[in-house]
Ligand binder design. Structure first.
Ligand SMILES: Cc1cc2nc3c(=O)[nH]c(=O)nc-3n(C[C@H](O)[C@H](O)[C@H](O)COP(=O)(O)O)c2cc1C
Ligand code: SF4
Length: 521
């Protein structure tokens, strides 16, 4: 491997000065005889240590948090004078930088299948992606020309949708494939509206070709010719990199008409959403793609039967598609139970994006990999699944992270946002935050959600302002069930979850807000 500096310029490292450091690196390398190059890459993982720089081929990872740009430039130029390419970089340690050991749990407990090329390739270079193994599975699939066999692999792998509901992906693909008609659509849901979630953005910014290849394979398997990526406008870098990647893939012949000389044609268009959380709900998303207001409709009919412009439509999440190339490359046995990407944030020492084997325990993620709560505090809970999820108490940290275990605890895995909360947190506050979010994002079409979220928030505020009574707590719980049962779409149906889960696991926080005489009665 030729020597190379990989500097993360994803959103988090960028916010800590990565672009300025990039310029200094480029200046230092301008007259480099060894032709060492610095390349902009997507997320390297431990965002809280950013800006991050990886050095190939020595495999060293440096945190440049305390590094001054000019000092970096000088020391890099000096290192290159000491020895060309890798030799000069072996010992190079700019002042203020810190080396992260590859044995750190945050790094070595990961299994990067979806994010395997993220942080490795330049997301704006198709040549780089190809050299790292992108677009190798689609030609194989086209050559074998057996769409049902592809669906069978996906079904046997047990892959479930990573967008939140966890629907079996193979079953969804088979349903769309079985629909009559010669025109079908594949949609990638890249709306990612959950507070604290940035997994999908990480893949789109860091390695867009894996997503595109996954979508193209899906399209071939179900018989679709048209694809859409529905991405929120708040993700400008992801949008820019997706545009670049789509156009490069078209020029290379991996997207467009007669792909790889076959009879298969598939085009992908980007649709930029205005950032309404409800537009992640699949029927609202379909309306929005069609240019209508993003408001949900009752299901059935399901998108598989009646989707974009009335055509059978396959909708999957970014990470779900991102699994496909790795699954086909490894085969079902080696793929095993697959992985899940999480964005770890909140009261935790090391935050960032990590991909772990499915079923890794919450404790491994938040304590071993994330280092636990900072400043010697105790973890009180971990919020998973965003506004549709709930809070797992510290006593249940040994639970494996998978769809069913989290459901049993009254939350969901959701798309993978994980917010750690320490013992300074009042859980009623957290419940109020998520209800306020759902109230704000409710489209207003049905009354249980439109009015119910307002009333739930009012009750929570009343409690937080210490004006509540025991009867308010009872009303809160009853109203949660009404809103969950009577709302039209997933937003309203799951909005009460953060309240119900905190009532279940942290009732003490609610009772502490009531007058003492009331509680004893
Ligand atoms: C209010 C609401 C918001 C949603 N937001 C997203 C989202 O941002 N991304 C996503 O993939 N799925 C989201 N979903 C789930 C999707 O509707 C759908 O189930 C998913 O895209 C299917 O893909 P999958 O099977 O690959 O998970 C949301 C659902 C609801 C009810
Ligand atoms: S549940 Fe809420 S978001 Fe969904 S349709 Fe009803 S009002 Fe709109």
């Amino acid at each position: 491997m030729s020597a190379c500096l990989r500097l993360c310029t994803a959103a988090s490292c960028r916010s800590r000065g990565a672009t300025e450091l990039l310029e200094h690196c480029r200046k230092a390398l301008a007259s480099d005889q060894a032709q060492l190059r610095v390349k902009e890459v997507g997320c390297l993982g431990p965002c809280s240590d950013g800006p991050l720089l990886a050095i190939d081929p020595t495999d060293r990872l440096l945190s440049l948090q305390e590094v001054n740009g000019s000092d970096l430039e000088t020391s890099l130029a000096e290192a290159l004078q000491r020895g060309n390419d890798a030799t000069g970089l072996k010992q190079w340690q700019p002042s203020g930088s810190r080396e992260l050991s590859p044995d750190e749990p945050f790094l070595n407990l990961q299994r990067r299948l979806v994010l395997g090329r993220c942080g490795v390739v330049d997301p704006e270079s198709l040549a780089d992606a190809l050299a790292a193994g992108a677009w190798q599975q689609l030609p194989r699939v086209l050559e074998q020309n057996d769409p049902p066999a592809v669906i069978e692999i996906v079904r046997r792998s047990g892959l479930r949708g990573r967008g939140g509901a966890g629907y079996p992906t193979g079953l969804k693909w088979a349903t769309v494939a079985a629909m009559p008609g010669s025109q079908k659509v594949v949609v990638c849901n890249a709306d990612e509206g959950d507070p604290g979630a940035f997994m999908d953005r990480t893949l789109m910014e860091g390695d867009p070709h894996t997503l595109l290849e996954g979508m193209a394979i899906a399209a071939f398997a179900v018989g679709a010719q048209q694809g859409f990526i529905y991405v929120r406008a708040e993700y400008p870098l992801a949008i820019e990199r997706l545009r670049t990647a789509i156009s490069a893939a078209e020029q290379q012949g991996w997207l467009g008409r007669g792909i790889g000389g076959s009879g298969f044609s598939f085009e992908i268009e980007l649709r930029v959403g205005a950032g309404a959380y409800v537009c992640g709900e699949e029927t609202a998303l379909i309306h929005s793609i069609e240019g209508r207001r993003g408001v949900p409709r009752p299901r059935p009919p399901y998108p598989a039967e009646h989707g974009v412009f009335g055509l059978p439509t396959l909708i999957n999440n970014v990470e779900t598609f991102g699994n496909i190339p790795a699954l086909l490359e490894l085969g079902v046995e080696a793929y095993g139970t697959g992985t899940k990407v999480f964005s770890l944030t909140g009261h935790v020492q090391r935050s960032g994006v990590l991909e772990v084997p499915m079923g890794t325990s919450l404790r491994t993620i938040v304590e071993t990999m994330g280092g636990g709560a900072p400043q010697g505090r105790q973890i009180k809970a971990v919020q998973t699944g965003g506004p549709s999820g709930g809070c797992v108490p510290a006593s249940a940290l040994d639970s494996p992270v998978d769809y069913d275990s989290l459901k049993a605890l009254g939350t969901i895995m959701g798309s993978g946002g994980m917010v750690v909360l320490d013992d300074t947190t009042n859980m009623v506050d957290i419940a109020a935050f998520f209800i306020a979010f759902s109230r704000e994002e409710s489209c207003g079409k049905c009354i249980p959600c439109r009015s119910g979220t307002v009333q739930l928030e009012m009750l929570l505020r009343k409690l937080l302002e210490r004006r509540g009574q025991v009867a308010d707590l009872e009303q809160l719980e009853a109203l949660c069930h009404t809103v969950a049962d009577a709302s039209l779409c997933g937003l309203g149906q799951s909005a009460p979850k953060p309240v119900l889960s905190t009532l279940r696991h942290f009732r003490g926080d609610y009772l502490a807000l009531l007058p003492a005489a009331e509680v004893q009665r």
